[in-house]
Structure formats: C-alpha cells, structure tokens
Design a protein around this ligand. Structure first.
Ligand code: FMN
Length: 299
C-alpha cells in the first residue's frame, strides 16, 4: 500500500487520462485490484464530439492523436459514468480529469461533481495540445491564466487537486512552483508533445492536422520533466509518458515520481498497467518517501 494525497493506493501504477475512458475497458481485461487507480477521460461542461477522423496515427516511436477531448460532458458523467464507476470499479481510486476553454468552465465541472461520491480527486488538464484557452495557448503555458484557474479552483473543493503540465514548457520547474504556490496538491507530468505527421502522399495523418505525440518516444521527455519538477516542489509528482514496462515505471519513481500512469501502453497491450504493477511488486519498487539524488536519477 502506498499513501499519496491522503489516499491508499494498492499500487503506484494508474491508468492515464483519455486512454481508459471511465474504466469501462478495464473490467474486460483485468480486476481493478491489479492496478492502483485511474484517471478518467477529461470532462468538459458540454459534451464534445472531438476532432474529425482519423484521430490516431501510429509511427515507430508511438502514436499521434487528435481526439480533441471527446467526452459525454458534465451531466452524463455525474448521472451515468460516476454511478457506473461506483458499482463496477470495486473502490478503485479514481481521479476525474477536467478540461475547458475558460476558467468558468473548469469551475463548473469541479463544482458540478464535487458533491458526488465515487472519486478521490481532480486532475486539471491544463496542457492538452488539442485544446487551449480562449486566447490560444494551453493554460499551463500562460502563467497568468494558470494562476487564475488555480485561484478559482482551490476554494471549490477540498479534494486533492492535481495539475497536469505540458512537456513543451520552456521552464516546467518554474511552472510547477507557481502551481504548488497556488494550492495544487500534486503535479502530473507530462501530457502529450505537440506533433504533426504526413503520409506517403503528403497528406495529414490525423484529421485535425496536428495532434499530441505519446508512447515510447516520450519516456526520456517525461523522465526529464519529472526530475525537474520533483527537484523544484514539495508536492507529490505523478509521472506519465512512454511507460511500457516495470523498468520504465521504476525509472520514473527514481526520478522523483510518487505515482505513475500508463497511457499508450494500454493500446498495445490492454493489460500493460497490470503487468507493470505486478513487475514493481516482484522486483521491488523504490520506497515512495525517498527521492533520488540528481546523480542517481541520471543513471
Ligand atoms: C488517445 C489519447 C487520448 C488522451 N486523452 C487525454 C485526455 O483526455 N486528458 C489528458 O489529460 N490527457 C490525455 N491524453 C494524454 C495521456 O494521459 C498521457 O499524458 C500521454 O499520452 C503520455 O503518456 P503515454 O506515453 O503513456 O501515453 C491522451 C493520450 C492519448 C494517447
């Protein structure tokens, strides 16, 4: 058992936002007890259909997605998805991921769900390359907007508030400090890297043109981000990006992560997170209260 954010996790391995829906696919391939928890698809106030097809394209290092935050919206999550998760996920710790284009939209989702049971906390997706605030950039790349969203969100809930940061942040450590100073309980690093792929004929491989890159190519990017963030703030860090094996997860824990998330790995092997969790038990994960020195993390 691992205690983080005041919650007991049976494993430090969670499923990443947007890669497991609301857990429906989980129960087809594993028992919830085989993983530590999950983060839902990002929820917006209104339902979103997402971007035009095709929404995903594979390449040697992983995949590019332009899903565009397709989700059923706040009401359907409150009335349908949360009750389903309460009935079927056997008390598995769940974080609800929240997205929006204005501070008010984030606030509406957080206050609209906070009174419900069946989840532990919120992960604010402030870093989606397929989305942005109304001025154009993701919130986390605009310190003013980031402060505003956190100052508005913090009084709305006593649950843990995680903030998910972007890999294409020129100073992710400084951003993490702002996030921690403005009341976040934890930081998730990283979201997808903005990307673009063309096919043989030169046409775009995803419908929206650009998308987010994920999968094995992100492993060193995510590790570097976690190491920087963990060195800059005291709040727990959740590491995500390119994890396919127990070895990858251990590298994140050594770099300073308290928990990790598996995303694209689940598309290649739906049991990937359970396998990674099992591997950490068999080989022994780094104790969670210990952070690596920079030299150890670099190894
Ligand atoms: C198809 C797809 C959909 C995603 N949707 C979301 C989302 O709704 N919210 C979010 O915060 N991150 C989303 N992500 C990003 C993942 O949670 C994760 O941060 C990223 O993919 C890096 O991890 P990975 O290399 O293990 O996939 C999505 C990723 C993929 C591949």
């Amino acid at each position: 058992m691992t205690e983080v954010f005041g919650t007991e996790f049976s494993s430090p391995v969670l499923l990443a936002a947007g890669t497991c829906g609301f857990g429906e696919s989980v129960i087809d391939v594993m028992s919830p007890s085989e993983i530590g928890g999950l983060v839902t698809k990002s929820v917006t106030v209104e339902p979103r259909w997402g971007n035009p097809a095709p929404r995903v394209a594979e390449f040697d290092g992983g995949m590019l997605n332009s899903v565009g935050l397709a989700n059923p919206g706040l009401e359907a999550v409150r009335d349908g998805k949360l009750p389903w998760m309460r009935r079927n996920l056997e008390g598995l710790p769940v974080f609800v991921s929240v997205a929006g284009t204005t501070v008010g939209e984030y606030a509406a989702v957080v206050s609209g769900l906070d009174g419900e049971d069946g989840f532990v906390g919120f992960e604010l997706n402030l870093s989606c390359p397929n989305d942005s605030h109304l001025e154009g950039r993701p919130f986390c790349l605009d310190p003013g907007a980031l402060r505003q969203v956190l100052d508005t969100m913090r009084p709305l809930t006593e649950r843990p508030l995680l903030v998910k940061l972007a890999p294409n942040d020129p100073d992710i450590a400084a951003t993490a400090v702002v996030v921690a100073e403005h009341g976040a309980d934890g930081i998730t690093a990283i979201n997808t890297v903005p990307g673009f792929l063309t096919g043989r004929g030169g046409g775009n491989r995803v419908g929206a043109g650009t998308g987010g890159t994920s999968g094995p190519a992100l492993l060193p990017v995510g590790l570097a981000a976690v190491r920087e963030v963990a060195g800059a703030v005291e709040v727990p860090v959740v590491g995500v990006g390119g994890i396919l094996t127990g070895r990858d997860a251990r590298a994140y824990l050594r770099a300073g992560a308290s928990l990790v998330q598996v995303g694209t790995g689940s598309f290649a092997d739906p049991r990937c997170a359970a396998r990674v969790a099992r591997d950490l038990v068999v080989r022994g994960a780094v104790p969670l209260d210990r952070r690596a020195t920079p030299d150890e993390a670099a190894q």
